[in-house]
Ligand binder design. Sequence first.
Ligand code: NGO
Length: 551
Amino acid sequence: MPTPIAGLSAWVRGLLIVLAVLLLAAAGFGLHRVFGPGGTATAPAGPAGPRTADRIVPAPLAATAGPGPGYRLSERTAVRVEGAGEQVAEVRRIAERLADELRRPTGYPFEVTDGGPGDGIRLVLDPALPAETGAEGYRLTADAEGVRITALTPAGLHLGTRTLRQLLPPQIESRVPVTAGPPWSVAAVSVEDRPRYAYRGAMLDVARHFFTVAEVEGFIDRLALYKINYLHLHLTDDQGWRIEIPGRPALTAVGGGSEVGGTPGGFYTAADYREIVRYAQERYLTVVPEIDLPGHSNAVLAAYPELDCTGSARPWPYTGIEVGFSTLCPAGEAVFAFTGEVIAEIARLTPGPYLHIGGDEVRAVAPEAYRDFVRRVGAQVLAAGKTPVGWNQTAPAAGPGGVGLLQYWDGKGRDQDVRDAIGRGAKVIMSPAGRTYLDMKYEASYPLGLRWAGTIDVRSAYSWDPDTLIDLPAGSVLGVEAPLWTETLDTPERLDLMLLPRLPALAELGWSPKAGHDWTGFRQRLAEQGARWTAAGFGYEKRSEIPWPAP
Ligand code: NGO
């Protein structure tokens, strides 16, 4: 049967076809919201095409594909800093770091300049942005003229640059020149973004197995990709004490020399710790140091046996992985002199607002004595100018003058204690073991990790809501954290296998609006991150739940 246009001249037919193609293109590329509360992603462009905003992890608050071809980086692309006031120097450092990251794979010079006309990547501090943009929000637009990131703060600009990297092809993560790479293009887009929670953390246990400064910095690199803003370091436990304290040399001389399995362990000097803090800060992560008290303290008891008044110590070195047996003497001036010295030194070395005092799994002390101990140590932390953080067992000691932030991990039927503490003014970080513990196995037969809280595949790491997992008053959750305990993890390669791909799941819970959470879309976006990790030289576990592209 002839079609209605079959009778028209070839010229008119051609014109109609061109018009139809233009209309379709306009519908596809027109101002179309691809993410947003309740929004869904548009079909992704082919893997070789420019990275569109529907590829970003964690998903932004809102992203709109713009008209036109977007921006292509070239030898002439400058990074331009705009803004006034004292924060401009910091923006310049952000620009230098971005330029440095882009130079390595592309080989382009990326000159950093002040404002000026012309194309390029602009970082703009703009006090006229709406207040709801907040301390970490930003806007990013890309069109043929270049990329423009605006924010109220340097932190917002930094986070915008993390999004920009994800809008470039995966090879942009390469630490070495990419010779036969794709065009370095950013699709036309307009992104508006800010986090759901102020606290988005990950924890590394350097006590069960020690990790060097360089290895911790590598860990920070992975967190920074996903807009994680707190690094909690579990610095002490039964198997080791990992930070130098002046006046208490045996802590490291004795307690630093071993780890799980009996290998040598190690510790950080004050200078090492400052370097970790500096490296984290440069990537807008705040370090939260943890000194676990009064339990998990066998290494202290080995170094200073006079602090053991209950006979809880096991012979040193303790190289097993049992928990809950050891405790410092819960009372007496000698123990508070010790905690006071340690807290003062850790507070002195730590610019961030938090100091974690542990408080988990103390089986050898009666509840009253435990509560009084935690209160007193909490007061020492406050006197040192920091907010005390504790695992959820410290809830009875939380409130004014005591622990201000609870890290919820096991509850163990004591959720009411947590609610009561919230009533007294405490806030909560959600780290439920069955969802966020990165040391749990993916499945029962997985060779690494533990199983006591169940197995956690990527889907279950992603599919829960920090606000409603347990019944808490609205507004009491400050954020989320994924702890990586290292009883079974002794190398950075093994850390990677547990961290990736689960960390981005937690990062998206912490950053993206709840209404946009969607496993089907997330696993597609996550699949594309694999090529980024490979380009960056990061290992990951190729879980079959994720539709990784064929190599
Ligand atoms: C528990 C315990 C840690 C273990 C970890 C292993 C907390 C807060 N205390 O979490 O000592 O390393 O489980 O998953």
